[in-house]
Design a binder for this molecule. Structure first.
Ligand SMILES: [Zn+2]
Length: 259
C-alpha cells in the first residue's frame, strides 16, 4: 500500500490541472459572472440612453472619432486634414498619452474638436476588476485632460468596446456618457487592412448620424490619414457635415425622427 498515497495525489493533481486548463480556455464572458462583462445587449442600454452607438437622424451629420492618441506623428496629420475640410471630430484619448503630449491635446480643443476619455492605460474591462481600478483609469485621465486643456470631458469609450453594467455605472458616476461606434463603421484601421479597404468601408456604409471609429495612434505605419484624404472630400461632396459626438447627440434631442 506504499504506492497508494502518491497515486491518489497524482489523480487529484491531474484533476486540478484539467480544471485549470478548462477554466483558462473559456471566453471572458463565460469565465466570469462579473457584472463587468456585458450581461445585457445593445437594445437594453440603447433604450435607456446609457450607451450610444450612433444617432439616427434626418440631418446629414456624421461624427468621426479617433482613439488611442494623442500621437506625435499621426495626430497632427489628422488635425491638419480635419481643418482643411472644416471637420470637427472627437478624440478619445489615453490619459498617459495626454501626459506625454499635452500640447497635442490642447491643440485638439483649440481647433474646436471634442476630447473624450478612453482610460489612462487602455485597460480592457473584459474581466473582473475592482471599482477602484475603474475609477482610477477614469479619474487619472480626467485630471490629465483638465491639466492639458482646462476641460472636463463628458464622453467615455471603454477600450476594445468591452462594457458591462459596472463600467456603464462607474462612468456615469464620474459624469460620463458611454459612447461606442456604429457597427457598420468599424474601420479596423488599427489593424492596417489597407487604405482602400478603410475608404470603402466608410463610403459604402455612410449614413446620417453615424459614429465612425478610427485611431490616431496605430502600431506601425498608419493608413488612417491617407484614407481620410479620400473620405473627407467624398462625404463632403455628398453633403455631409462632420461634427463632434456631443454635437451629434444634441441634434437627436432637438430634431426627433420624422422632422
Ligand atoms: Zn482604444
Amino acid at each position: 500500500m506504499k504506492w497508494a498515497k502518491p497515486r491518489v495525489y497524482t489523480s487529484i493533481t491531474l484533476i486540478v490541472i484539467v480544471l485549470l486548463l478548462i477554466g483558462s480556455g473559456l471566453p471572458p464572458a463565460a469565465a466570469s459572472s462579473s457584472s463587468f462583462t456585458p450581461t445585457r445587449g445593445r437594445d437594453y442600454y440603447e433604450a435607456r440612453g446609457d450607451i450610444v452607438w450612433e444617432v439616427p437622424m434626418t440631418e446629414k451629420l456624421i461624427a468621426l472619432t479617433f482613439d488611442d492618441g494623442p500621437d506625435p506623428e499621426e495626430t497632427p496629420l489628422i488635425l491638419d486634414l480635419l481643418s482643411q475640410y472644416q471637420a470637427k471630430a472627437t478624440f478619445f484619448v489615453l490619459g498617459k498619452k495626454v501626459e506625454q503630449y499635452p500640447e497635442l491635446a490642447a491643440r485638439e480643443v483649440l481647433e474646436g474638436h471634442e476630447i473624450a476619455n478612453h482610460t489612462y492605460t487602455h485597460r480592457y474591462f473584459n474581466r473582473p476588476i475592482t471599482r477602484e481600478v475603474l475609477n482610477s483609469e477614469i479619474t487619472r485621465t480626467d485630471e490629465a485632460i483638465l491639466r492639458a486643456t482646462g476641460q472636463k470631458p463628458v464622453l467615455f469609450r471603454p477600450p476594445g468596446g468591452y462594457y458591462g453594467q459596472a463600467v456603464v455605472d462607474g462612468a456615469k458616476q464620474a459624469g460620463y456618457k458611454t459612447v461606442l461606434w456604429s457597427w457598420h463603421q468599424d474601420t479596423e484601421d488599427w489593424n492596417r487592412p489597407g487604405t482602400e479597404k478603410i475608404i470603402r468601408k466608410v463610403l459604402t456604409n455612410a449614413r446620417n448620424g453615424d459614429i465612425i471609429l478610427f485611431h490616431d495612434h496605430v502600431e506601425g505605419k498608419s493608413q488612417t490619414a491617407a484614407a481620410l484624404q479620400k473620405i473627407l472630400p467624398e462625404l463632403s461632396n455628398r453633403g455631409y457635415r462632420f461634427v463632434t459626438v456631443s454635437e451629434l447627440m444634441r441634434h437627436k434631442e432637438s430634431k426627433p425622427a420624422g422632422n
